[in-house]
Write a protein that binds this ligand. Structure first.
Ligand code: CP
Length: 316
């Protein structure tokens, strides 16, 4: 695999391969020194033109645990502020000798443009409303680690589907692994067309709540809304929020998920985020191992998978 731009690049077999490999990196991450030499000599660059906490830091942690060198690009202190174009920025970074670029940008399609300009591998860390493939992979891994498999599970994705790259990637990955995906949202927060989406639609959360295996809350992306799509946050919460009362009506073995960052008190109450059925923290933890698997698949050809660092063995 040269790039990871979309879940569709992987298909069901590719997703399964990443999840199998992730098991090995979860084991590495549990070691006293969670580091292997698989990507020694490789350089991975974080190129984030949009804010991020989880994705940027977990890619950087993943690269370091694989012994790659890392470089972090910060828009606020870069020559982008002097008018440098995206292409010139990317080609300048490549000229320093790099192996992979992890790209986040507010415009859909930018990772594909970057891949057409440079020889290094490109990993999409989120492009506009379009795709966020490693979020989908870590979500699949988290569900699989709790429920064994996704096939036959009823997974509801709730809320701002229209503006959500997570929803688009998760729908593709969950359905590829055989889950039944239900989108629950007011019509104003659904895409204009759902042609070809392998989903069913519900407009009332309370109708589907008791039958769900997984309830996946999305952040209400007010920064991407250009018009009033909901009457008020209070009404949104009353119809679509996972409140403490609604948590009481979930199945005992249901999983509560959210990609983060959360708007507590809007799409999810603090009681729901802290419920024993919540796996939101596990999603973040699994993100590091999943991203190790992705970097290894892209850059690690021929490298031994999870051997400890030679200096650790020598000093044992
Ligand atoms: N889930 C996610 O992409 O979080 P960040 O925006 O913090 O990276």
């Amino acid at each position: 695999m040269k790039h990871l731009l979309s879940v569709d690049d992987l298909g069901a077999d590719g997703v399964e391969e990443v999840l199998r490999l992730t098991d090995s990196f979860v084991e590495v991450s549990s070691r006293a020194i969670p580091k292997v030499p698989a990507l020694r000599g490789k350089t991975v660059v974080s190129l984030f033109f949009e804010d991020s906490t989880r994705t940027r830091l977990s890619f950087e942690a993943a690269a370091k645990r694989l012994s790659a060198d890392t470089m972090t690009f910060s828009v606020s202190s870069s020559s982008v502020n002097k008018g440098e174009s995206l292409r010139d920025t990317v080609e300048t970074i490549e000229a320093m000798g790099i192996d992979a670029v992890v790209v986040r940008h507010k415009s859909a399609g930018v990772p594909w443009r970057v891949a057409s300009w440079i020889d290094a591998s490109v990993i999409n860390a989120g492009d506009g409303w379009h795709q966020h493939p490693t979020q989908a992979l870590l979500d699949c891994y988290t569900i699989r680690s709790r429920r064994g498999a996704l096939a036959g599970l009823r997974i509801a994705i709730i809320g701002d589907i229209k503006h959500s790259r997570v929803a688009r990637s998760d729908v593709a990955a969950f359905s590829a692994l055989g889950a039944d995906v239900i989108l629950v949202a007011p019509p104003t927060l659904l895409p204009a067309s759902l042609d070809g989406w392998p989903v069913t639609i519900a407009h009332r959360l309370d109708d589907v709540l008791p039958d769900l295996d997984v309830i996946y809350l999305l952040r209400l992306q007010r920064e991407r809304m250009t018009e009033a799509l909901i009457p008020s946050l209070r009404e949104y919460r009353s119809l679509y929020g996972l409140t403490a009362e609604r948590v009481g009506r979930l199945r005992r073995d249901a999983l509560v998920m959210h990609p983060g960052p959360m708007n507590r008190g809007v799409e999810i109450d603090a009681e729901a985020a802290g419920d024993p059925r919540s796996v939101i923290t596990a999603q973040v933890a699994n993100g590091v191992a999943v991203r190790m698997a992705v970097l290894y698949l892209i850059l690690g050809a021929g490298a031994e998978l999870v051997a400890p660092l030679p200096e650790l063995v020598a000093n044992a």
